[in-house]
Design a protein around this ligand. Sequence first.
Ligand SMILES: Cc1cc2nc3c(=O)[nH]c(=O)nc-3n(C[C@H](O)[C@H](O)[C@H](O)COP(=O)(O)OP(=O)(O)OC[C@H]3O[C@@H](n4cnc5c(N)ncnc54)[C@H](O)[C@@H]3O)c2cc1C
Length: 438
Amino acid sequence: MMVHEPARQVPLLAEVDVCVAGGGAAGIGAALAAARGGARVLLLERLGFLGGTMTAVTLGGLCGMYREADGEMHRCIGGLWLEMEARARRMDALGTLRRSPVTRGVHGIPYDPERLKLLFDTWLAEAGVQVLTEAWVAATAMDSARITHAFIETKAGRRAIAARIFIDATGDADLAVAAGCGFQLGEAGQTQHASAMFRMAPVDRAAFATITRREQDARMHAAAEAGAPLPRTTLAIYPYLSEGEMHLNATRVMHADGRSFDWTDPWERAAAEREGRRQAFLYQDAAREHLPGFAQARVTAIGALLGIRESRLVDGEATLTEADVMEGRMAADRIAITAWPVEDHAPGRATIWRPLPDGLAYGIPFGSLVPRATRNLLVAGRCLSATHTAQASARVTIPCLAMGEAAGTAAAMAGDDVRVDVGALQSRLRAAGAMLDT
Ligand SMILES: Cc1cc2nc3c(=O)[nH]c(=O)nc-3n(C[C@H](O)[C@H](O)[C@H](O)COP(=O)(O)OP(=O)(O)OC[C@H]3O[C@@H](n4cnc5c(N)ncnc54)[C@H](O)[C@@H]3O)c2cc1C
């Protein structure tokens, strides 16, 4: 049944040059870069803090800024990431870079999400970005293919934001869909499975270190074979910054028949959040029973949001493909490079990793940030235009920050159309420290 919603007049809350929807890694990068390009910027975020998946879901580490060649790590993302890293180190918010002993190219820097929230507050304030938290982007007003206003829901009611350029960094492409852009939902509706992230303490780390990663996987697998109802047995367990606390990327939130939840359906999302929490305690009990050092440990925190790896992928002027990633193609219009493996959270107990050939990195095309259907909208972050498999590589945190940096830089350059001169955009990005070549 459909219900008629009466038309209404909506107060205009702000008029800016660039309006960024979503304050995760991509939105932060976009807002900072646009402000540095001289634009008046408003960043809208539905939660009460910035960082998105990084701070609301929480991760074992920040990834995607290195490529591996001949066993050595080489940085491949610069720009705002270097500034964030330096700020975070000064705040004692980062640990030490670690590499996977098992899979080439897999690396991460552990971090403290609470300190990062504070870092983002001050970083954006210093850049002159206006930040409005607890503001849910719900709809748009259009003039043909141009967005004239975004409508947000706030505790004061619905409000309108006018801007010349909009950037959708919501992860779910909420703004782009409201503006009429086409999208794909994973591959034939099947997306990477989600995870509720959690921490446990106190863990005897010395005891835990007595088993290898392969042994850990074997133990969990044996437990599942013996009847423990564990949907996943390859657990990523990393030291958190506080002594004795470990971060667990362990759960696999999917339907019992292996189908993924539909991230565009509110009932499905609510059910998935509950399932994530249920599984956190399931894995707590499995870790206590099967892993050395965990016997006395309990769940100390669960991410405030379920971690959704993939939902809507916008139809863009270019689409990043599996071949682009695996063959290390350097698109002529690239605005960032990365070498993170394809990380496939498909049905089945193991996460499947497909590293790029040694030494390679690939370029993320500017066209994958430009929705086809609109003139003054860019997307950035995990809702870029990509195939399901390519997104399974490009979506990690620091490439999302770099995509945001590129989108914000382009937005500040743009007149009333985001299709800017790509050579000029690349020059600006390079001048700001971005790396576009290996
Ligand atoms: C379970 C899981 C584990 C992962 N592990 C790692 C890892 O170990 N290392 C790593 O580097 N990456 C990891 N990733 C990937 C990475 O964290 C994310 O893909 C990346 O941070 C996405 O950044 P983003 O800015 O594109 O989106 P998000 O971080 O999702 O940010 C989107 C923001 O928009 C806001 N928003 C959404 N809708 C609206 C709306 N309508 N109005 C206003 N605001 C809105 C959200 O609240 C959020 O703050 C993981 C992801 C998941 C889900």
